[in-house]
Write a protein that binds this ligand. Structure first.
Ligand code: ADP
Ligand code: ZN
Ligand code: ZN
Length: 698
């Protein structure tokens, strides 16, 4: 492709090719350029934009430009270090932009590795330069030939699931609902094997980076050709360096990667021979991107699978209610693994009603007894608590002063350093200050920590069981690179009697010696947030319960709660996901919540709450004008703007407006029209806003 040097406006319109280009700029628009030679759709180009130069992607060939031809500038360089991006990748980008109401350029360009969208990487180089060629010069290491692992004999349920997946022609979504320890991984591996044998690629998604190493090992030992460092199996996640990410992405694009194992961002990897997508722990909130393009990688996986006509497997012990609903309606196929693969009974779940008990340092009598018993038997225990730090608030006994974050409408959490000097930290904005030695208001030195976080529980456990070896595993104790692995290694080696941990310990780990799980303060999670709180809590507690008794009989889970009659706890005792799901879906249907309705959330941020609310009020008024004109008037409901529960974070005040409809097309049509009007309204009001489709937290 010839490079075009001219950057000045072009006047002649003859023999000119018009190009519509997506650029990563916060304008809801595409931009027209011209070229003396044809440039295919999907090709990356460098174009002048104002005083800058930007990398963009050619998305269309308009028959005439949107501006007068003499205003159209020429493409500066065609980046032919790569062939055009594949057509299905372009469709995925277009769909995501439309569905999530974002400019196409803000979707497509951030989905590319940084090196492929940075002008400086191409500066001064003629075509055939750029980062792709530098990567290419590195030879791919040769895979050592190692013998594949002997896989276990599949049980009848696993065989049925594998056959169901193999029988799919074209697209179907299969919900693989299997209790913890039922052997879902074996099903994934067999399904993957079939697809690999057909010469097609597999995209295998996991919710978190720290779940990749374990799976990577399984995949390498199972599939001999993937062993060693070869590009046949590549990992793609946000923990990689820029170079590693580029390399993995290119391996996927060129088809050298037969399996791509990755977190949510891997959904945007181009894979020309894609034959299967697996989404493990599909219910996990980590599949939702929480900034920029707020996409659900699980939902995009289903769309991508249907677009290119391949099966998509969603696996979970506690499927998202949306997925369960689709399966019940027959939109998804349902494969069930009802039993553990190893002959081990699931742990018994016991509720300890804390209303009738006096707690000792946060622990009930039955939990202390159970801990002592497991210690005596040489088994490990896990205390699960979703709150890090020492105590959620510091309080003055005399005047009632509390440790408020100066920048947020939230408490600053008390933390303890090794040196034992406490400090206050806000978990919303990161504000930090030494804890006062006396009350800042009245001078009373008698400041008390109220409630408990993991640090305090760790301290309590040491005083309750002085001989026990206690470790704490949370975001604070694992801040240093490699420290999480180190702590888990200690646990696996049996050098730990009691673990105290947040959700970090609940996922994926196979603790062979774990006999007891104690859950503290789950009620706070249940009542603190939105309508999905019980669903999230159920999934989380099932998962943490699943850590216990994976190899040994007689494991137990003890949940301390003041609300044992709540459906979520009752269902946990019975290990009854299906019952819980039916109950929850009936509730949601009665009040018209997702999955029976579809939602979007407009969130506004301003220096003052009044401005944020004002903007939302204007947006709502504008919507009425729009909906008046629409044919499906009335299908979309806008609620009153309300302040967020934590109104102020880092001196920014926030409010939100919920948009709801029983009809997905009506919602999408409305959002499409409405979102075009919002930028002007927001800039006039000096308000920042974001529009989120299918929000997970309200
Ligand atoms: P899940 O992902 O469903 O929680 P895993 O895939 O981790 O379950 O499997 C649990 C354990 O059972 C693993 O140690 C796995 O090796 C073992 N396993 C899986 N399938 C079988 C089988 N058919 N026979 C015996 N053990 C199995
Ligand atoms: Zn005081
Ligand atoms: Zn704060």
């Amino acid at each position: 492709m010839p490079e075009i040097a001219a950057t000045t406006a072009v006047t002649a319109t003859q023999n000119m090719f018009w190009l519509r280009v997506a650029l990563d700029v916060p304008l809801n628009d595409l931009f027209d350029y011209c070229s003396l030679a044809p440039v295919p759709i999907g090709q990356r180009v460098i174009v002048p934009f104002g005083r800058r130069k930007l990398v963009g992607v050619v998305v269309a060939h308009p028959s005439s430009p949107a501006l007068a031809p003499h205003l159209i500038k020429a493409v500066e360089q065609v980046l032919d270090d790569l062939p055009p991006l594949p057509a299905d990748w372009m469709r995925l980008g277009r769909f995501a932009a439309r569905y999530y109401q974002r400019p196409l350029g803000e979707v497509m360009l951030p989905a590319l590795p940084v090196a492929l969208r940075r002008v400086s990487d191409y500066r001064g180089k003629r075509s055939a330069g750029g980062p792709v060629c530098r990567i290419d010069r590195r030879g791919a290491p040769v895979a050592p030939a190692i013998a594949a692992d002997e896989p276990p004999q599949l049980n009848a349920d696993q065989v049925r699931a594998v056959e169901m997946i193999a029988a799919v022609r074209g697209h179907a979504t299969i919900l693989l609902y299997g209790v913890t320890g039922s052997g879902k991984t074996e099903v994934y591996l067999h399904a993957a094997q079939t697809v690999l044998k057909q010469g097609r690629q597999v995209l295998f998604m996991v919710p978190e980076i720290n779940l990749t190493p374990q799976l990577e090992r399984s995949l390498r030992s199972r599939f001999a050709p993937l062993a060693g460092g070869s590009d046949a199996l590549v990992v793609l996640n946000s923990g990689l360096s820029e170079g590693e990410r580029l390399r993995a992405w290119l391996a996927a694009l060129r088809g050298r990667a037969r399996i791509l194992l990755g977190t949510r961002l891997a959904i945007f990897a181009p894979m020309p021979d894609l034959g299967l997508i697996i989404v493990d722990e599909e219910h996990d909130g980590s599949y939702k991107q929480q900034e920029g393009l707020r996409y659900s990688a699980r939902d995009l996986a289903v769309w991508r699978g249907s677009d290119i006509g391949i099966p998509v497997v969603l696996g979970s012990a506690t499927p998202a209610l949306e997925s369960w609903h689709h399966a019940r309606r027959g939109h998804y196929l349902l494969a069930v693994l009802p039993h553990r693969a190893r002959p081990v009974e699931p742990p018994t779940v016991r509720l300890v009603d804390t209303r009738r008990l006096v707690l000792d340092r946060g622990f009930s009598g039955p939990l202390v007894e159970a801990l002592a018993q497991r210690l005596g038997a040489g088994q490990q225990s896990l205390i699960f608590l979703n709150r890090r730090g020492y105590a959620p608030v510091l309080n003055c006994q005399s005047c009632g002063w509390t440790s408020q974050c100066p920048r947020c409408t939230a408490y600053a959490v008390l933390h303890r350093r090794d040196s034992r000097r406490h400090y206050l930290q806000c978990h919303h904005c990161g504000y930090q200050a030494p804890a006062p030695r006396a009350c800042p208001d009245c001078g009373d030195p008698d400041l008390r920590p109220i409630g408990r976080g993991t640090q305090r529980v760790e301290e309590n456990l040491r005083s309750l069981f002085p001989s026990a070896r206690v470790v704490r595993i949370d975001a604070d104790s694992t801040r240093k690179k490699g420290s999480a692995e180190q702590l888990f290694a200690q646990v696996h080696a049996g050098c730990v009697d009691i673990m105290v941990g947040t959700q970090m310990v609940s996922k994926g780990h196979d603790f062979t010696r774990l006999g007891l799980v104690g859950v503290l303060n789950a009620d706070a999670t249940l009542f603190a947030s939105d309508f999905r709180a019980p669903e999230r809590l159920f999934a989380q507690l099932m998962q943490v319960a699943g850590r216990a008794g994976r190899r040994a009989q007689g494991a137990e889970v003890i949940i301390q709660t003041g609300y044992p009659e709540q459906a979520v706890y009752q269902a946990l005792v019975r290990h009854d996901y299906a019952g819980f799901a039916s109950h929850s879906l009936a509730e949601r249907e009665a009040v018209g919540l997702p999955p029976y309705a579809h939602q979007a959330l407009l969130t506004a941020e301003a220096a003052r709450l009044a401005a944020a609310l004002d903007f939302l009020g204007q947006s709502k008024a504008l919507s009425e004008a729009l909906r008046g004109a629409a044919a499906d008037n009335g299908a979309v409901v806008l609620y009153e703007p309300i302040p967020l529960r934590v109104v102020r974070v880092a001196n920014v005040e926030r409010a939100q407006l919920l948009i709801e409809s029983r009809s997905r097309p009506a919602l999408q049509n409305f959002l499409g029209d409405w979102s075009r009007e919002l930028p002007a309204l927001a800039s006039a009001a000096h308000v920042r806003y974001r529009l989120e489709v299918d929000p997970l937290e309200i």
